[in-house]
Write a protein that binds this ligand. Structure first.
Ligand SMILES: NC(=O)c1ccc[n+]([C@@H]2O[C@H](COP(=O)([O-])OP(=O)(O)OC[C@H]3O[C@@H](n4cnc5c(N)ncnc54)[C@H](O)[C@@H]3O)[C@@H](O)[C@H]2O)c1
Length: 335
C-alpha cells in the first residue's frame, strides 16, 4: 500500500504504543510501523468500536503485542506504556451522534482516557505523544478554509471532548515538559473503516450501499462539503509529527486534510462512476451537531511538519473500493 516511508530514519530501535490500534486509523499506523520494521509495536484497545480482525495479520509478527485494555484504566495505560518511546493516541469513541446519545461515555473514553494515558506516558518518560483531535473543534465557525488559530463554538459533546484534549495537551506540555502534538483529522477514509452500525461514516456507508445495489442515504440536501482525506495521508502526518526534529511548540495542533472540498452529492457522483451504478440517493433530514462546510488550510502542517498529502480523493476512493469489494465481513453487526 505504501510506496515510500515517510521518515528517513529507522524504526528498528524504537518502541511504539498505538492506542485504538484495532480501529481504522490506528491499525493503518500499526501496519506502516511494522512494514518498516519497528522494534516493538504495542496496541492498546478495548475493542469498543475496533476489531481484532484489523490486527489479525500482525499478531504473529515479532515485536507486535496486543493488550486488550481500556484507556480509562490507569493500570492498563501504565502496562501499555512500559518501555515505550513514542505514542500514537487514537483510542476514542468517535461520532457526533453517539456523543449526543451518550455524552458521558464519550467524555469517559475521550477525556478521562486521554488524561490517564498522558499520566502514564509522563511516568514512563515517553519521548512524544501524537494524538487524534478532530475538525469538529471548529464547530460553528463559518470561516473557510479553517485555520488552526481560529475556532468557533463546538456543536456536540464529541467536539467538546476533542477540544478538551487540545487544552489538556497544552497544559501537560507546559506543566510537565512533555512533547504532545495534536492532529485535527478531517474526514479520514480508507481500508478498514467500519461500514456498519448506527455511527458509521459517510464514505463507507455510501460504498456499502452502492456495492449492495442499494440507494445511498444522504442526511440533508447533500450540498454540505467535506475535506475528505485518504488514510495514507493521515499515516504520513502521524509519522512526520512524531519525528519532526524542529522544536515542538507545547501542545501544537495541525489540520490534517488534503485542502480540497467536495459536497456529498459530488462524492456520490464520483462513487457512482467508480462503481458503474446510477442509484439516486435518498435524502433524510440533517443531523444535529453536524457542521455544514469543512475545508482545511493545511499550510501549517506543511510548514512545520513537512506534511504533503500525496493521495487525492479519487485515487483514495478507488483504493478504498478495492478493499471494500474484498471485505468479507461487510454485513457484520456494527459497533
Ligand atoms: N475517522 C475520522 O474521520 C476521524 C476524524 C476526526 C477524528 N478522528 C479520531 O481519530 C481516532 C481514530 O478514529 P477511527 O476512525 O480510527 O475510529 P475507530 O472507532 O475505528 O478507532 C477507535 C479505536 O479506539 C478504541 N477505543 C475506544 N474507546 C477505548 C477505550 N476506552 N480504551 C481503549 N480503546 C478504546 C476502539 O475500540 C477502536 O478500535 C479517534 O480519536 C477519532 O475520534 C477520526
Amino acid at each position: 500500500m505504501y510506496e515510500n516511508p515517510f521518515h528517513v530514519g529507522s524504526f528498528s530501535e524504537s518502541a511504539f504504543l498505538i492506542t485504538g490500534g484495532a480501529g481504522f486509523i490506528g491499525s493503518n499506523i500499526a501496519e506502516y510501523l511494522l512494514r518498516y520494521k519497528a522494534k516493538r509495536v504495542v496496541v492498546l484497545d478495548n475493542l469498543a468500536t475496533g476489531f481484532i480482525e484489523n490486527i489479525q495479520p500482525f499478531l504473529g509478527i515479532p515485536g507486535f503485542e496486543f493488550i486488550k485494555g481500556d484507556i480509562t484504566s490507569f493500570e492498563d495505560c501504565e502496562k501499555a506504556c512500559k518501555g515505550i518511546d513514542y505514542i500514537f493516541h487514537d483510542a476514542a469513541l468517535g461520532s457526533v451522534p453517539r456523543s449526543i446519545e451518550n455524552p458521558l461515555a464519550t467524555h469517559l473514553a475521550n477525556e478521562t482516557g486521554f488524561i490517564q494515558l498522558l499520566l502514564a506516558a509522563r511516568n514512563s518518560k515517553v519521548k512524544r505523544v501524537v494524538y487524534a483531535s478532530s475538525s469538529s473543534v471548529y464547530g460553528d465557525s463559518k470561516e473557510i478554509p479553517k485555520v488552526e488559530e481560529r475556532i468557533g463554538k463546538q456543536l456536540s459533546p464529541y467536539a467538546v471532548s476533542k477540544r478538551g484534549n487540545e487544552l489538556y495537551a497544552e497544559i501537560f506540555a507546559k506543566t510537565y515538559g512533555m512533547e504532545i502534538t495534536g492532529l485535527r483529522y478531517f474526514n479520514i477514509f480508507g481500508p478498514r473503516q467500519n461500514p456498519n452500525g448506527a455511527y458509521a461514516a459517510a464514505i463507507p456507508l455510501f460504498m456499502k450501499a452502492l456495492l449492495s445495489h442499494e440507494a445511498p442515504l444522504i442526511l440533508g440536501d447533500g450540498n454540505q462539503t467535506r475535506d475528505f482525506t485518504f488514510i495514507e495521508n493521515a499515516v504520513q502526518a502521524n509519522i512526520k509529527a512524531m519525528f519532526v526534529s524542529a522544536p515542538v511548540i507545547p501542545g501544537a495542533v495541525y489540520n490534517i486534510a488534503v485542502g480540497e472540498r467536495v459536497s456529498l452529492n459530488e462524492l456520490i457522483g464520483i462513487l457512482q462512476k467508480l462503481t458503474g451504478t446510477n442509484l439516486s440517493p435518498v435524502h433524510r433530514p440533517e443531523r444535529a451537531g453536524d457542521v455544514r462546510d469543512s475545508l482545511a488550510d493545511i499550510r501549517k502542517a506543511d510548514r512545520e511538519l513537512g506534511y504533503k498529502p500525496q493521495i487525492h480523493m479519487e485515487e483514495g476512493l478507488k483504493r478504498t473500493l478495492e478493499w471494500f469489494r474484498g471485505y468479507a465481513a461487510m454485513n457484520k453487526p456494527g459497533k
